[in-house]
Design a protein around this ligand. Structure first.
Ligand SMILES: *Cc1c(COP(=O)(O)O)cnc(C)c1O
Length: 370
């Protein structure tokens, strides 16, 4: 009798068998990637992230426009960097490498550290002292990276790691590593696979501008294979105090609340300018204030907690509202998870937070407004 009940329960409540576990992006998109059967696949099952419709943004824009967020903050280490890192680390492993190095504003170091450990390698990360969000630093430490904080900004750190990787037997996993962009291009595949067509606009934050270049590569590959009929306009956004690609020259002392894109001399600047030209896109800057407004809006209207750098894609879209053609389909890339930067969240929100309340039903009710 009991046995029968248990059997009924398990058959009733077992997960729908047609939902298999997402295998990670290398397995999912193998034929589009430079891997072969002997490549060891180092994966944390990254990719396959949600594409969420943003109804509150649709309303702000009107014109029958549909806006989606590609929520890449839901990757295993909380940013899109995992897409590139699964490729870079798998290829490094294939080539027999034992240690990797990167310069990072935080997310690259978290991803490099996690994937290096998964592949039984050492990882070294150089970060700008005092300018890495708490969550990201915590991750690099927990994943067992060897963390070196330098008294200089990201651009200086990158210069040093590039030289180190030429001098010592250690693989550089910054976005100058071509495998990073190969992995990251799969986000464009996922968007087309879901929508059935490329969007009209892709809105994306730019730091080193590797990701915008990777998306463009992905959109082009599907387009050439006949899997989409159009190519999106690539709309890149930077923070006003750190906008070398918008003003067309290096920024010596970049400054913004969006630390993930606090980069004054993007390594992929030539690539990015080609993307802008080929796609007939546009690069625009947004103020920290506009970034924070979009950040709050995503949180309290959509239930999406992203990091400030990510919110620049939505801030930028809102800024360009008047230029959006009617009936457009737009995807904003949300590059990283809000939990990465708790300090920013606690300083920038419109929440009701009352503390020091007596543990008493009436007192609590009173504070609730009853
Ligand atoms: C790395 C990063 C970016 C910038 O990406 P690039 O490829 O350097 O342009 C944007 N947002 C977040 C959260 C990042 O981690």
């Amino acid at each position: 009798m009991v046995k029968k009940i248990i059997k009924n329960l398990t058959t009733t409540f077992r997960v729908n068998k047609s939902y298999k576990q997402w295998p990670g992006l290398i397995k999912a998109y193998k034929k589009w990637l430079p891997v072969n059967d002997s490549t060891p696949i180092i994966t944390l099952q990254e990719g396959g992230t949600p594409l969420l419709e943003l109804k509150s943004i649709n309303e702000i824009i009107g014109k029958n426009v549909k806006v989606y967020a590609k929520y890449d903050g839901l990757n295993p280490t909380g940013s899109f960097k995992d897409r590139g890192m699964t490729m870079a680390i798998s290829k490094a492993k294939e080539e027999g490498c034992e240690a990797v190095i990167c310069a990072s504003t935080g997310n690259t170091s978290a991803a490099a550290a996690a994937y290096a450990k998964k592949g039984h390698m050492r990882s070294y990360v150089l970060i700008p002292d005092g300018y890495v969000a708490q969550g990201k630093l915590a991750q690099a430490l927990v994943y067992g990276a060897e963390v070196l904080a330098i008294k200089g900004n990201f651009d200086k750190a990158l210069e040093i790691v590039q030289a180190l990787s030429e001098k010592y037997p250690i693989t550089l996993v910054n976005s100058v590593n071509p495998y990073r962009l190969e992995g990251q291009k799969t986000a464009a595949f996922e968007i087309i696979d879901y929508l059935g067509e490329a969007p009209d606009w892709l809105c994306i934050p730019m730091g080193n501008a590797g990701n915008i270049s990777a998306y463009w590569m992905g959109f082009n590959q599907y387009f050439k294979a006949g899997l989409s009929k159009k190519l999106p306009k690539m709309m890149g956004f930077q923070a006003e105090g750190s906008a070398p690609l918008v003003i067309g020259k290096t920024v010596k002392n970049p400054d913004t609340i969006a630390t993930a894109i606090r980069i004054g001399n993007p390594v992929n600047k030539e690539k990015a300018n080609i993307v802008k030209e080929e796609s007939k896109g546009k690069f625009t800057s947004v103020t920290d204030n506009e970034i924070i407004n979009a950040y709050k809006l995503l949180g309290n209207k959509e239930g999406i907690f992203c990091e400030p750098a990510s919110a620049s894609s939505v801030a930028g879209l809102i800024k360009l509202k008047n230029e959006i053609p009617n009936n457009s389909v737009i995807v904003c890339v949300l590059t990283g998870n809000g939990l990465k930067d708790p300090d920013c969240a606690i300083k920038n929100n419109d929440a009701v937070f009352k503390s020091g309340i007596d543990p008493d039903l009436n007192k609590v009710a009173e504070n609730m407004g009853f």
